[in-house]
Design a protein around this ligand. Structure first.
Ligand code: NAG
Ligand code: NAG
Ligand code: NAG
Ligand code: NAG
Ligand code: NAG
Ligand code: NAG
Ligand code: NAG
Ligand code: NAG
Ligand code: NAG
Length: 591
């Protein structure tokens, strides 16, 4: 990693998590804070290419406790492999449809701590954002007490006033009573036992983890009587990742150049020696260029330096290929590391050659060209046939699944099934089973009576705060391929790169550069001068935007100033072409 400063904790978090997240399946390129438990499931496959005593290919398989599984970079749960965006592992057991990135464990089952609570190994639905466990039940500290003890059992009592506290199984008013031990009972303040007893016994529950999302239970050895059993650690501290920013050890020093005296570890006289890549040679007048470790002169004949290797006796017309191969352009072509004989009309596709007239090259794989083909990852398909759907470079056959292309939607690289909901944060798309009353907030899927959401950030709802329940629905963030033709082609759309974002009185103002506009019904494309400003009327209900990313902004039909749909085009190689191609088909037919 070539980054030199670590200024803020946030940046540090990103730096520390990047290697472990993005190296394996690009799960979280933006370092979105995720469940602390997820960390231990990254990169669990052994690096030594040996699985259960046999060699294996880390680019094809994942090895879990000696068992190889198809698919690289998966996580292990015991000897099973799983994708941590789709399942969770607790005590060696898998829970499907709950991503490890957002889950906690309750015994051997995973749960979503935003919406659920784990009390004595029971998963309960959260009824309040700050609900905690009371034995096997949950309670709300604001108007309830959890009294009793582990031995006799705990009881949830409705607080008679905000001054009431527990005393054994009962509650008492702190202002008029104290809690006396032996026997445990509330007594009036003038009772003699009140002088000695400190009146604050027993309202404690640290026996089971009841932490808020993002917190973790305190470790063992912590006095359970202390109030907070949960700590909110700076995320970067809890990554199971030891990082030594040992930059001194990696700083390079240029051998030989400055003092005119050292070549690697050797000292030499530059008048009689020349140093090339750490190797000393006798100085020959005119030979003042290095090719790897060999000195040579620019005017030398029939000599060519390709990829730091000096080729001598080279015949006229030869050149170095971009990859560093010596070849004869009039007779040969180089595809990656393979040299082929020239064949008119052929081009490179990976290491092979192909003929673009009747073949299509997708990520180095060639296919026969049939109709209007496009690439989807390394595969080719005809998007207009409506039989295939491409989700982030993964191709799905809709016919096999008996589905219509207009309905099919992508969640990252996954084709969504009925009854599931896709929640997206920049760089992370997670699927959840759809539940009524739940709404996406970035990549999380909270119960919206418990949590409100502002631009991907969760806020607990309190009783006092129900006003923001009926938010104006903001623009949706959809993949380009999921945009409906009528939205894309019969409205004015803008393409532009977000330069900066600011929020003022809940309005979000966006500065955009490189903006192009396409008028409704396949009109002309115009380049607009920079900067262009765009306002989203409700910051909170709008998706998070990443400065530097390019987005498509689709206005609402008939209300031409409201943005209806936003699509992140950053990973799209040719968005403008895709849009024009889709809309131009309409132009021929109905327009
Ligand atoms: C896990 O699944 C996601 C889609 O949900 C996919 O993008 C990712 O590549 C998968 N990761 C691995 C390691 O297969
Ligand atoms: C997980 O989700 C898929 C698709 O939404 C569904 O078919 C499957 O039954 C679910 N599994 C569980 C255990 O809920
Ligand atoms: C939690 O809510 C879900 C959905 O409403 C329901 O199916 C489930 O039974 C509830 N679980 C408990 C423990 O109440
Ligand atoms: C969502 O939260 C509300 C409010 O506390 C609660 O009544 C409801 O049971 C929760 N729904 C689920 C499925 O957990
Ligand atoms: C405590 O005070 C109450 C009235 O405030 C009185 O009736 C009671 O006798 C007192 N008890 C003791 C032990 O002094
Ligand atoms: C318990 O009571 C003592 C004395 O009444 C007080 O100093 C202490 O802060 C109290 N502890 C808590 C946790 O309220
Ligand atoms: C270029 O040189 C490097 C280092 O010697 C080597 O790893 C690489 O394979 C060479 N490339 C070609 C195309 O020969
Ligand atoms: C490809 O698309 C163009 C424009 O939409 C159309 O005119 C042409 O017929 C298509 N070709 C095939 C083979 O489908
Ligand atoms: C109500 O919720 C909004 C965000 O949803 C928050 O900004 C505001 O401060 C909350 N008000 C109260 C009184 O909690």
């Amino acid at each position: 990693m070539e980054r030199n400063t670590m200024t803020t904790p946030l940046l540090m978090f990103v730096l520390l998590t990047l290697p472990s997240y993005s190296a394996h399946g690009q799960v979280n390129p933006f370092g979105i804070p995720v469940s602390v438990h997820a960390g231990k499931f990254y990169g669990t496959s052994p690096r030594d290419h040996v699985c259960g005593g046999l060699n294996y290919d880390v680019l094809e398989y994942t090895c879990c406790e000696g068992v190889p599984h198809n698919g690289a970079g998966l996580s292990c749960c015991g000897n099973r492999a799983f994708n941590l965006t789709q399942a969770s592992c607790c005590e060696g057991q898998l829970t499907l449809n709950v991503s490890q990135l957002v889950s906690d464990c309750c015994g051997f089952r995973a749960y979503d701590p935003l919406n659920q609570l784990c009390c004595n190994s029971r998963i309960l639905n959260r009824t309040h954002p700050h609900a905690k466990c009371c034995g096997k039940e949950c309670y709300n500290e604001d108007h309830q007490l959890c009294c009793g003890n582990i031995v006799k059992g705990r009881k949830v009592l409705t607080k008679m006033s905000s001054h009431h506290r527990c005393c054994g199984d009962h509650q008492f008013d702190q202002q008029s009573h104290c809690c006396c031990s032996e026997p445990l009972s509330p007594e009036p303040l003038n009772a003699s036992c009140c002088e000695s007893s400190s009146s604050n016994l027993t309202e404690i529950d640290a026996s089971s983890p009841n932490c808020m999302p993002g917190e973790r239970p305190c470790g063992r050895g912590v006095n359970p009587k202390t109030e907070g059993c949960c700590v909110n650690p700076p995320s970067f501290l809890v990554q199971p990742y030891s990082h030594h920013p040992n930059s001194a050890g990696t700083r390079r020093h240029n051998p030989g150049v400055y003092n005119g005296a050292s070549c690697g570890s050797q000292v030499y006289n530059p008048d009689i020696k020349i140093c090339c890549a750490g190797k000393l040679s006798n100085r020959v007048l005119g030979k003042n260029l290095c090719c790897g470790t060999t000195p040579y002169a620019v005017e030398e004949r029939r000599v060519l330096c390709c990829n730091q290797t000096l080729h001598r006796g080279v015949e006229a017309g030869h050149q170095c290929s971009p990859g560093g191969h010596l070849y004869l352009p009039s007779r040969e072509m180089v595809c990656e590391s393979h040299v082929h004989l020239n064949d008119p009309g052929k081009h490179c596709c990976g290491e092979e050659t192909y003929n673009p007239k009747d073949e299509i090259c997708c990520n180095g794989h060639k296919h026969r060209r049939l109709g209007n083909m496009s690439c989807c990852g390394g595969k080719a398909y005809d998007p207009s046939s409506g039989q295939m759907k491409c989700c982030a470079e993964t191709l799905y056959n809709l016919q096999v699944q008996d589905r219509l292309s207009e309905e099919a939607q992508c969640c990252g690289s996954v084709l969504m099934e009925a009854g599931s909901t896709c929640c997206s944060a920049p760089g992370l798309d997670l699927l959840y089973p759809t539940q009524s009353g739940f709404t996406c907030c970035g990549h999380r899927y909270p119960n919206s009576s418990l949590w409100s959401c502002c631009a991907g950030v969760l806020h607990p709802r309190t009783e006092r705060n129900t006003t923001s329940m009926n938010m104006i629905p903001g623009p949706r963030l959809l993949p380009l391929g999921d945009l409906k033709t009528e939205d894309l082609c019969y409205t004015e759309v803008l393409l532009g790169t977000v330069e900066s974002v600011s929020v003022n009185k809940n309005k979000r103002s966006i500065v955009m550069v490189n903006v192009m506009s396409m008028q409704a019904t396949c009109g002309p494309v115009n380049a607009l001068p920079a900067p262009q400003y765009l306002t989203l009327p409700d910051h909170c209900s709008s998706p998070e935007l990443v400065p530097g990313n390019t987005y498509l902004w689709v206005k609402t039909r008939h209300f031409s100033d409201t943005i209806n749909v936003i699509s992140d085009l950053s990973d799209h190689s040719s968005p403008l072409h895709s849009i024009l191609f889709r809309c131009s088909k309409l132009y021929i037919e109905p327009c």
